[in-house]
Design a protein around this ligand. Structure first.
Ligand SMILES: C[S@@+](CC[C@H](N)C(=O)[O-])C[C@H]1O[C@@H](n2cnc3c(N)ncnc32)[C@H](O)[C@@H]1O
Length: 378
């Protein structure tokens, strides 16, 4: 028995801006297992009304990962180029700063409560950059560079505290058109000079080395943008033994981009963290916190900015972290805390999600609603 679907897929190399949309008709065998799981993922039970329940983007992604040689799965494809690059239009957030909306992930790049505030209060402040600037040299790993707000907020915070502090940044981003659009729309101009000029140069040249003064002095800013899937590009700082004082972990949400919240990826992130470095993220998902704990990190809250839920900070140095409350620690014992896994760091979003759902079904742990009820009773 076969099922037939028609929908677009995106192909091409996002890092180099070449993107094609191809209408695709897929014909799949009901008995087909792995690829099919990807394909039908959000439908529950699995094989119900698959396409209608999935955003087109997810279908594209999982189909791109599919092996067309698989005898159980084959497709007919008509080549039509619909689009060559991503266009992003600024949308305003509550603090007056702008963000973008991603059609692909179905999310804005920042909290609607304030894009600029998020970069300051979820990243620059919790990583203690202002205090650490007195050391005279800081290293930052900016994962999911996006519009560049987190790097901009970090530089502003550091140089306000110590204008002579030298800074090294490694920025990982898959889609160059995001920072390019931010520059075209002058969105970095919310920060004082020389930050917009330096970050513009970084995006144009993909690296920047700004001498502080005489030739013997260390550069004031030494930054590199590495384009590609962060699951692979993180090998670069890892191999160089880069030990960051601050790591900004800022992918789209775990349900939209689970690839960058897995045990395996967060383990790599942790390996890039200095012994008293701090990893900051806006997410407080228990699955993410579990992955951090598994990597040997101590985990704590950052204060909520304009919304109910806090973010997370993590460090190998417990002294840098205010421990989680008893209630939050108990949430790490629920179904929600089952982490995302991606053993080869190459699985599709859909495969990672379904792997976690299967593990959750088998785990026998309390659900979040049971946990909530229990805490309301206490
Ligand atoms: C929530 S936004 C980050 C916002 C950003 N930190 C800022 O300050 O503007 C997520 C970013 O992750 C990027 N991204 C998505 N998947 C990625 C991947 N596999 N590897 C690296 N970057 C990725 C997106 O292109 C997007 O720019």
């Amino acid at each position: 028995m076969f099922a037939v679907y028609a929908h677009p897929i995106r192909t091409g190399d996002r890092a180099s801006n070449s993107i094609e949309y191809k209408p695709l008709i897929s014909i799949a065998d009901w008995s087909c297992h792995c690829p099919f799981l990807d394909f039908f993922l959000p439908a529950s039970p699995l094989f119900q009304t698959p396409i209608q329940r999935r955003p087109a983007v997810e279908c594209r992604q999982s189909l791109c990962d599919r092996n067309p040689q698989d005898a159980r799965f084959f497709y007919i494809q008509t080549r039509t180029t619909l689009d060559m690059s991503q266009q992003f239009n600024p949308c305003i957030t509550d603090d007056g700063s702008y963000t973008f909306f991603s059609e692909e992930f179905g999310q804005t790049f920042h909290s609607k409560y304030g894009a600029k505030e998020e970069s300051i209060y979820k990243y620059a402040i919790p990583t203690l950059l202002s205090e650490k600037a007195s050391r005279g040299h800081l290293r930052i790993l900016d994962i999911c560079y996006g519009l560049g707000y987190n790097s901009a907020a970090a530089l502003a915070t550091i140089w306000r505290s110590n204008p002579n502090c030298t800074v090294e940044i490694i920025a990982l981003e898959i889609d160059r058109s995001v920072p390019i659009s931010a520059i075209e729309h002058h969105l970095l101009n919310d920060w004082e000079e020389p930050i917009p000029s330096l970050l513009t140069q970084l995006i144009q040249m993909e690296s920047i080395l700004v001498p502080r003064g005489s030739a013997n002095e260390t550069a004031r800013l030494n930054a590199r943008l590495i384009l590609g899937d962060a699951r692979q590009t993180i090998v670069d700082p890892l191999d160089r033994g880069f030990q960051a004082d601050a790591i900004f972990l800022d992918p789209f949400s775990p349900t939209a981009c689970p690839q960058l919240w897995t045990i395996e990826f967060i383990d790599r992130v942790a390996k890039c963290c200095a012994s008293d470095g701090i990893i900051a993220t806006y997410s407080c998902a228990s699955a993410v916190r579990t992955a951090m704990v598994e990597a040997g990190l101590f985990v704590g809250d950052t204060s909520p900015v304009g919304r109910k839920s806090p973010g997370t900070i993590a460090s190998f140095n417990a002294a840098q972290i205010t421990p989680l409350s008893q209630q939050e620690r108990e949430h790490l014992q629920t179904r929600a805390a089952i982490p995302y896994r991606d053993p080869t760091l190459s699985d599709s979003m859909a495969k990672i999600i379904i792997r976690r759902e299967l593990e959750q079904d088998d785990c026998g742990l309390e659900t979040t609603s049971q946990w909530k009820k229990r805490w309301r009773k206490n």
